[in-house]
Design a protein around this ligand. Structure first.
Ligand SMILES: Cc1cc2nc3c(=O)[nH]c(=O)nc-3n(C[C@H](O)[C@H](O)[C@H](O)COP(=O)(O)OP(=O)(O)OC[C@H]3O[C@@H](n4cnc5c(N)ncnc54)[C@H](O)[C@@H]3O)c2cc1C
Ligand code: FES
Length: 245
């Protein structure tokens, strides 16, 4: 984990308020489900912003982000060859080595991108991976998953693609040896309930406001059965049974 200044390779709007940012790869190991703190502004905002790792190769690192407020608005204005500060890779990531067999990855909205490298790694380790992708208003990133999983199930709340409704309606936890999920809290809570009914192990990637990203400020505290934990340092991935929603 270290600070580094990287160069923008591309930064493009994919659809609506969803952007894809590709930067030169920082040194060091990166694991699926980890995140970086990003900063491309000087005075106006002090804090860096957490964004999950979407894809990486030897030379580059990509993030997919939704413009939510000032920080992500700044990010969206970056151009090729601009510089950006990164801190990372941070957090524990998904426990890909701990699971075996048939694995379901369930992503909701902007919780989908961190599942790409996760699917790729699980498949490379010899698992059978099914993707469940739930969208609300716009469709993005689904084609990417075709090469890294066996089946893709898509839902959209408005019915513009795939099943009309919630992605949780399609998931059958009893078919799987483990489930990983990232997305809105209400979706993850439902999936934890469903998995617990079938004794299917489940891990959730939590999203909390973050100040430092390195375990120092306690902004990102998360209630668990083992007391308060720091989402940035102890997570962001937690076992479902440990979380107090
Ligand atoms: C570990 C982690 C990984 C993340 N990965 C991604 C990602 O891959 N792509 C992506 O688009 N976003 C991701 N986020 C969320 C992203 O960090 C926030 O959207 C971003 O910090 C908002 O900054 P801003 O300055 O644009 O908006 P702000 O002005 O700070 O906030 C705008 C609005 O978003 C809300 N908000 C800000 N941060 C969060 C948060 N952490 N959780 C819920 N609501 C928040 C605020 O309450 C406010 O309503 C991640 C967050 C965490 C903690
Ligand atoms: S963001 Fe500071 S402790 Fe987690």
């Amino acid at each position: 984990m270290q600070y580094s200044k990287q160069t923008i390779i591309t930064n493009q709007r994919l659809i609506g308020d969803i952007f894809l940012l590709q930067v030169t790869r920082p040194e060091g190991e990166i694991r699926p489900g980890q995140f970086f703190m990003l900063k491309s502004w000087n005075e106006e905002l002090t804090l860096m912003r957490p964004i999950s790792v979407y894809r990486y190769d030897e030379d580059s690192l990509s993030f997919m982000y939704r413009v939510a407020g000032k920080g992500t608005q700044w990010l969206s204005q970056l151009k090729r060859n601009d510089k950006i500060m990164l801190l990372g890779a941070l957090g524990n990531g998904f426990p890909c080595e701990e699971v075996h067999g048939n694995i379901a990855l369930v992503g909701g909205g902007i919780g989908i991108p961190p599942l790409y490298e996760t699917a790729k790694k699980l498949t490379a380790l010899g698992n059978h991976v099914d993707m469940y992708l739930g969208y609300k208003d716009v469709l993005f990133a689904f084609e990417e998953f075709e090469n890294v999983c066996e089946n893709i199930f898509i839902s959209s709340e408005a019915g513009f693609e795939g099943y009309k409704g919630f992605i949780t309606d399609l998931l059958k936890p009893e078919k799987y040896d483990a489930v990983f999920t990232c997305g809105p809290l209400v979706m993850m809570r439902k999936i934890v309930d469903m998995c617990q009914q079938h004794n299917t192990p489940i891990w959730c990637s939590m999203e909390k406001h973050m100040g430092c990203g390195i375990g120092a400020c306690l902004t990102c505290s998360c209630k668990t059965t083992n007391g308060m934990k720091r989402t940035c340092k102890d997570g962001p991935v937690f076992k479902g049974e440990e979380l107090v929603f």
